[in-house]
Design a protein around this ligand. Structure first.
Ligand code: PRX
Length: 572
């Protein structure tokens, strides 16, 4: 029994009667009128009489704390928007956010949207090469960053002719800034009380999130301001955000969860949000929940497994009675984790499923609906979801049969294209369905059960990494002749990166070289993309046409059937 009344009273009723118009009405949005996410998350909330309500409670890694009301946020996002205009950024320009989870990241995101720019958030742990690929593809005009990440930007600036400004938010004047670099201090800048928000319409581009695929470099999933409609209503019905809630989304805005629900969904619902800009530690997390009396928590399976590992003793040392609703996303949430969380917090984690491309939650377990531990739940009202046959792409009518998750296009937050890559975008649609690229089955009661990805993309701790990007980086190492990168099962992170490498003649297969190659990738791309294991091989399995068959290597790692290898050229 729930101790509270969920925002969505009955899933069945809502699914039957739902229309996106409900969200439009609540947001007072009319077809064809202006819709700007930045305005909706700040000015509108102030107009609703909540100007002095806390919007952000921020804590840094050494315990420093900052608090901002919705009115502070309104003015600071105006200040950022006006600054961007002043330095010559135009509507439609891509502006990158390359920062840790500091307040400037959150307000910068909304400030960019307020002046009509396209926000391009990138994970601050990315190395220069990961950054270069994404800035080059987007033709980014400006980048917000911090002193500590500036060297990575300096490394590549010469290769980025479109990049006009590098905006440093915490410059202390101790070292001279270089050409294109500007210091901007959000808290000290002259506050701009009134700003004429860019009159964006439903289809005006808003956010560009880079995500990895099997082939080629990462692709920019391009979203529009109309995504707000889905993000607002899913935050209300799935995360169950209410006026009195203190909400914590642990995701970094470098990834889509951190923007769709760490910014847009939360603040369009006028939630007070907490942000912890510190690494994972069970004790720190529990203290954070206790201190700020967090009520709604959105996290990820890897973090939950890490908490499980620490046990319930550390949970019991804290008063976590403020918690009332727990949700998770990013990877399969094991049944054990759901059962454990009931034991540890007295509440189950509710799994949610979606993607960078879907922009908002599409499958979920809802408060008040029976949870089947291990299942991703049911389609969100307004979403038509099924599984389709892997070859024919026709819906599978029989229950319990594995197919590919497919969605009927047309919900507001669906991405509108891949930046510069319409061809790949078009391939995601078959027979009138958007294909998610994940395999699942549906049971008799309509619950979806995740089986695995349908491609070679690796999901490590909830973050997707593309094998192609890592293989390309490996090839730049002087000792590497060729490589194949696959996901290897891992009890904590679900998968970790494993690289099979054939060396160029004259190189020895030593431990030293292995470590050197690992470090090489970590610096170029990121710690996530670094192979946790390297296996030196004499050759890689290839098709007769010379394509490396990652599938064979992956199957070996997972102890699965290899399948049809009749086109294989060489035996491993
Ligand atoms: O493979 C699925 C997995 O994460 C992919 C989407 O990753 P990304 O675009 O980075 O967005 C992550 C956060 C929205 C999916 O295609 N995934 C996401 N949620 C789940 C999941 N796998 C299993 N269960 C989930 N609940």
């Amino acid at each position: 029994m729930l101790k509270y009344q969920p925002n969505m009273k009955s899933y069945e009723e809502e699914y039957k009667n739902f229309s996106w118009q409900i969200a439009c009405n609540e947001l007072e949005y009319k077809d064809g009128s202006i819709i700007n996410i930045g305005e909706y998350c700040t000015d509108r909330i102030c107009r609703m009489g909540k100007a002095s309500k806390l919007a952000l409670i921020w804590e840094g890694f050494n315990g420093e704390e900052k608090k901002y009301t919705f009115d502070d946020m309104r003015v600071l996002t105006n200040t950022i928007a006006a600054f961007l205009q002043k330095v010559g950024i135009n509507p439609g320009d891509r502006v990158c956010l390359f920062m840790d989870k500091v307040p400037e990241l959150y307000f910068g995101f909304l400030g960019i949207l307020k002046m009509g720019g396209i926000a391009q958030p990138l994970f601050s742990a990315f190395g220069s090469e990961s950054l270069l690929t994404r800035l080059e593809d987007a033709g980014t005009a400006a980048i917000f960053t911090q002193k500590k990440h500036l060297p990575k930007v300096r490394n590549i600036v010469e290769q980025l002719p479109s990049l006009k400004h590098i905006i440093v938010v915490d410059d202390d004047g101790s070292k001279p800034l270089r050409e294109k670099e500007i210091a901007f201090h959000m808290d000290k800048a002259e506050r701009v009380n009134e700003f004429k928000v860019y009159p964006s319409k439903a289809e005006t581009p808003s956010v560009l999130h880079y995500t990895s695929g099997t082939t080629g470099q990462p692709k920019g999933a391009q979203h529009v301001h109309y995504s707000l409609i889905s993000q607002y209503i899913t935050a209300k019905y799935v995360l169950d955000i209410k006026d009195e809630d203190i909400y914590w989304c642990t995701a970094d805005p470098g990834w889509v969860t951190g923007t769709s629900y760490g910014i847009i969904g939360a603040w369009s619902n006028a939630a007070t949000q907490c942000v912890l800009d510190a690494g994972f530690k069970a004790e720190t997390w529990y203290k954070f929940i206790e201190k700020h009396k967090i009520t709604v928590w959105y996290s990820a399976p890897t973090a939950i497994r890490a908490l499980m590992k620490e046990g319930t003793e550390v949970v019991n040392k804290h008063n976590l009675s403020s918690l009332r609703h727990l949700t998770s996303v990013g990877e399969p949430l094991n049944a054990e984790a759901v059962i454990w969380s009931k034991e540890a917090f007295g509440l189950p984690f509710h799994d949610t499923y979606w993607q960078t491309e879907t922009g908002s939650i599409v499958l979920s377990n809802y408060p008040g609906m029976k949870i089947k531990p291990g299942s991703m739940g049911k389609p969100f009202p307004g979403i038509t979801a099924t599984v389709v046959d892997l070859k024919t792409h026709l819906p599978i009518e029989k229950k319990g049969i594995v197919g590919m998750i497919a969605l009927k296009p047309g919900w507001p937050a669906m991405f509108r294209t891949y930046w510069n890559n319409k061809e790949t975008y078009d391939k995601k649609f078959q027979n009138g369905w958007y294909l998610c690229g994940d395999r699942a089955s549906i049971d008799e009661d309509g619950y979806f059960w995740f089986v695995g990805r349908d491609d070679d993309v690796i999901n490590t701790a909830g973050h997707l990494v593309g094998p192609f990007e890592i293989e390309s980086a490996l090839l730049e190492h002087p000792a590497v002749a060729e490589s194949a990168v696959v996901g290897k099962p891992d009890p904590m992170n679900m998968e970790v990166v494993k690289a099979f490498i054939a060396l160029k003649p004259g190189n020895e297969k030593t431990k030293m070289l292995e470590l050197e190659i690992m470090n090489f990738v970590r610096k170029k791309l990121s710690a996530l993309a670094m192979p946790q294991e390297i296996e030196f091989v004499d050759s890689l399995p290839k098709t007769r046409s010379g394509k490396i068959m990652r599938r064979v290597l992956r199957a070996k790692e997972w102890g699965e059937e290899i399948g049809d290898i009749s086109t294989l050229e060489n035996d491993m």
